[in-house]
Write a protein that binds this ligand. Structure first.
Ligand code: ARG
Length: 465
């Protein structure tokens, strides 16, 4: 029986079923780049420290570079029955360069190796997701700038509440994505420490230099404590949480797009590129894309809860349970990258139906709060009384089949003589919207200020890249 390279004391061929359960190569093969990058840095450090010879290092490095090239060219397939990506690459290296390959694993364990590979993967993708978020924020800001005077009914409880503008509404989502961006970037910073050199759990007696590997791999510094490092999957949990939160925001936006596309609203029209038909109803144009974005939130939430549950209760240090960390992260990352690209296209291509939105503002007496505020400010009426007077005005408007903004001065004064003629203009929806000019408010001028601030923030992020 050929001895497996990581099984010194196992004498029997392992059961096929064990292999099926145990082997992670079928899914961790996506980490080949990170694994090779990590091994090259490790071998370089071993050479620098005089732990392996210059000659062995040269062979190892050339062998790893060649393997990388062959994988990328599709010449080398990572689908054998090796246990995982680490064993597959080390095995291939030794087949190619002989004994020097067997020196690569000096002062290293798969426990710190997997912690490194996986962390490099998470770091790289946190950046990639953050960059896509930035593009989405830019797109939302562009729509916001164009529609800072396009009115729609702002809602609470999905009931018409007060007039706002569509740009303001888009800036709310831009703000959510900005927080998401900051979350990915701060997780990146927090986790930018190098795990390699921790070995199995306790460090190593070899005279390694973790600073060298850390520098080579672009980390801030080596991690502090080896026992923690090989046991830690917080970085994976963080990206799962960050993705789940980001997808929750995307799901809310998707839900609104779905609603707004319905015949009852018709506030937006998704481009034909982002809508699908029905197999039986020839007239249909369905918002499958935002529905899928909303639906995919379910799986990323699941991935987060799954890993939290795996990690809970694990004694220090590495346990094989932790091999369950990867598939959920790979799935969430793939979902996030694709979803963000689709969302960006869909928002850029949608048509905003200004007339339909503004017509909807004539339903629901959106400026009733303005009347109550007027009675308090101009007539010195206590708010609760003003609230009831306004209620009576709304009832009158309902009786007449009008919106509150369409009542004449005489009609208004029939409810309360203290209502002055300046009220008529104030009850206009656009005037009401622009009256909400407090910082962060919906007035067109304030919306454009938010647009400008967000643009400045975006260019700051782009400059820091
Ligand atoms: N395939 C393993 C994983 O993904 C690598 C680490 C294995 N370490 C060990 N001591 N069995 O977690």
């Amino acid at each position: 029986m050929a001895k497996k390279i990581a099984s010194a004391r196992i004498t029997e061929e392992s059961s096929k079923l064990l292999q099926e359960l145990n082997n992670s190569l079928p899914f961790d093969n996506v980490l080949y780049k990170e694994d090779i990058e990590g091994s090259r840095a490790h071998a370089y450090m071993l050479k620098e420290q005089g732990i392996i010879s210059e000659d062995d290092h040269a062979k190892i490095d050339a062998g790893l570079v060649e393997i990388l090239g062959d994988i990328e060219a599709g010449i080398l397939k990572l689908d054998g029955d090796d246990e995982d990506i680490h064993m597959a690459i080390e095995g291939e290296l030794t087949r190619r360069i002989g004994d020097a390959g067997k020196r690569l694993h000096t002062a290293r364990s798969r426990n710190d190796q997997v912690a490194l590979d996986f962390r490099l993967y998470v770091q790289k993708n946190s950046r990639a997701i953050a960059n896509l978020l930035l593009e989405n924020i830019q797109t939302l800001v562009d729509v916001a700038q164009k529609h800072a005077d396009t009115m729609l009914p702002g809602m609470t409880h999905l009931q018409h509440a007060q007039p706002i503008n569509f740009g303001y509404h888009m800036m709310a989502y831009a703000s959510m994505f900005k927080r998401d961006y900051e979350r990915f970037m701060s997780s990146y910073e927090r986790n930018n420490y190098s795990p390699i050199g921790c070995a199995a759990l306790a460090g190593t007696p070899h005279p390694i230099n973790r600073q060298t590997t850390s520098n080579k791999l672009g980390f801030n510094a080596p991690t502090l404590n080896c026992l923690d490092t090989v046991s830690d999957r917080d970085f994976a949990l963080e990206i799962l949480f960050n993705i789940a939160t980001m997808m929750m925001h995307m799901s809310r936006l998707s839900e609104e797009l779905i609603l707004w596309s319905a015949a009852e609203f018709k506030w937006v029209t998704l481009s034909d590129r982002h809508a699908t038909g029905s197999s039986i109803m020839p007239q249909k144009k369905n918002p499958d894309i935002p529905e899928l974005l909303r639906g995919k939130t379910g799986r990323v939430n699941g991935n987060l809860v799954a890993l939290l549950t795996v990690m809970k209760g694990l004694p220090l240090a590495y346990n094989k349970d932790m091999q369950e960390d990867k598939e959920g992260v790979f799935d969430s990352v793939k979902t996030a990258l694709l979803s963000l690209q689709v969302l960006n296209e869909m928002i850029a291509d949608m048509t905003v139906n200004k007339e339909a939105m503004e017509a909807a503002c004539m339903v629901g007496h959106l400026t009733a709060t303005d009347l109550a505020d007027y009675l308090v400010k101009e007539a010195g009426i206590p708010f609760r009384d003003a609230y009831h007077i306004t209620g009576n005005v709304v009832n009158l408007a309902e009786e007449k089949g009008k919106d509150i903004s369409e009542l004449t001065l005489e009609e208004l004064q029939s409810i309360d003589a203290r209502i002055g003629k300046d009220v008529v203009e104030m009850l206009d929806n656009r005037a009401s919207m622009n009256a909400r000019c407090s910082e962060g408010g919906t007035a067109t001028e304030r919306t454009l200020e938010q647009v400008a601030q967000m643009k400045a923030w975006i260019s700051m992020q782009n400059n820091q890249k």
